[in-house]
Design a protein around this ligand. Structure first.
Ligand SMILES: Nc1nc2c(ncn2[C@@H]2O[C@H](COP(=O)(O)OP(=O)(O)O)[C@@H](O)[C@H]2O)c(=O)[nH]1
Ligand SMILES: [Mg+2]
Length: 205
């Protein structure tokens, strides 16, 4: 799939205020600083579409982008605020949890949640716990291992394998996943084709 155009639309503190749920939507979530905004920019080919924040934990809003692909088909990408940022208060953490749970569980046009995981690390409990929660809520998701360019040869594969193995403690089957780099654009085609397939099945319904 090819992206023809992408633009920032709106930021909201609440799923109820988000744009009408009349098109396919894909959201990106993960620890703050994992590379969500960079991935959005890489996928759309627009360097400064989503702000690449040097101040993690600051953006606490649901950020909508309108994407136009072939034949003028319009859909949404969503940059969600990250989790696991240490320096926030209990009350902002609770606000985040409530906002994210509501958005993820009630946003009817959300076709897939991309869960970003830093490929430089061994499996982290916070990511595994979040993914288990998605299973309990029955939310379709796909892990995306970011920053592959930062790894020595072999390290990405090792960390990805370890993560998938950890998931198999609670999941019956390994999920599809992507390995990406905002620097080299690794993984771009794979994710865009995955979205393209879901867009086509949405149109058929
Ligand atoms: N080398 C490299 N750096 C990356 C990559 N993705 C993100 N970064 C850097 O990681 C930091 C956090 O990225 P950002 O996209 O703002 O993360 P977010 O908080 O998840 O939105 C920034 O300094 C980015 O330049 C990547 O694929 N490769
Ligand atoms: Mg960001």
């Amino acid at each position: 799939m090819e992206i023809k155009d992408a633009r920032y639309l709106i930021s909201n503190p609440n799923y109820k205020q988000c744009p009408p749920p009349d098109r396919p939507e894909y959201a990106f979530i993960g620890r703050s600083n994992v590379g969500k905004s960079s991935l959005l920019n890489m996928l759309t080919g627009k360097k400064s579409l989503a702000k690449i924040s040097s101040n993690p934990g600051k953006t606490q809003l649901i950020n909508h982008f309108e994407i136009i692909s072939e034949k003028n088909f319009k859909w949404y990408m969503v940059d969600l605020p990250g989790y696991g940022y240490a320096k926030i208060s209990q009350s902002s953490r609770r606000r985040w949890e409530q906002m994210i749970e509501e958005y993820i569980r009630k946003r009817e046009n959300l076709l897939c949640l991309f869960v970003l995981i830093d490929s430089r690390h061994e499996p982290q409990k916070i990511d595994l716990t979040f993914i288990d929660q998605l299973g309990k809520w029955q939310i379709p998701f796909v892990p995306v291992f970011t920053k592959s360019d930062k790894n020595k040869p072999g390290a990405t594969q090792r960390n990805v394998n370890a993560f998938i193995r950890s998931m198999l403690v609670t999941w019956e089957e390994p999920p599809p996943f992507f390995v990406t780099s905002a620097l080299t654009s690794e993984g771009r085609e794979g994710i865009l084709d995955y979205i393209g397939d879901l867009n086509r099945s949405y149109k058929k319904d």
